[in-house]
Design a protein. Sequence first.
Length: 197
Amino acid sequence: MDISGTKFSYPESTGELSGDHFDRAKVVQAFDDSKAGVKGLIDAGVVKVPTIFIRPQDELSEDLKSPPVEMQVPVIDLGNIGERYSRERIVTEVRCASEEWGFFQVVNHGIPLNVLEEMIDGIRMFHEEDPEVKRALYSLDPVKRVRFYSYADAYQSKYVFWKDTLNISMLVSDHLDPDEIPKTCRYVVLIVFYLYS
C-alpha cells in the first residue's frame, strides 16, 4: 500500500505478521518513514489495525486479572496562582500529578471556552491538512519546537499508541516564530501563548 508517495506495505498483506515472520522493527520503520501518521494509514485505506498498535495479549490478560480500581484524574485549580502560598501549592500539585499520573486537568485557568474551542478546531484542521504539510513538520526530535508525530518511543515499546500529535512547545524559550506554527491553527495558538501564558 502506498501512503502519499511513500511505500508502506500493510504487513497482513505481505505475510509479515504470520507467526514468527513478523518483523516488528521493519514495520515500525516503514510507518516512521511514511511520516503520514495514523491518519495517513486511514487515508491510505487500511481497514485493520496493524499489529504494531495492538497491545500484547499477555499484558491485557494481566490487566483483566487485576480488580477494577476507582480512579480520579487529578484536578489542579489555578484560580489563586498569583498568591504566594497558592502558587507553591499549585507547583507541588503539578509535580505530584505529573509523577504519579503523567497528566492532570486544570481548572480556573482563565482561558475562555470559545478560545479553547477554537484551539481544538484549529488542531483538528491541522490533522485534516494535506499530508505534505504534516510531513514537513514530522519529527521525533523532542528539542524541535513545532513537530508532528505519532509516538515518541515506538522503537522501544511493545506497541505503538494509535494517535497523532501536534506538539507546539514553549519550553525551549518564550519566543516562537509565528511562521513555525501551521496556518490552520496559528492565530489561536498565538492568542493562547501570548495572552494566557
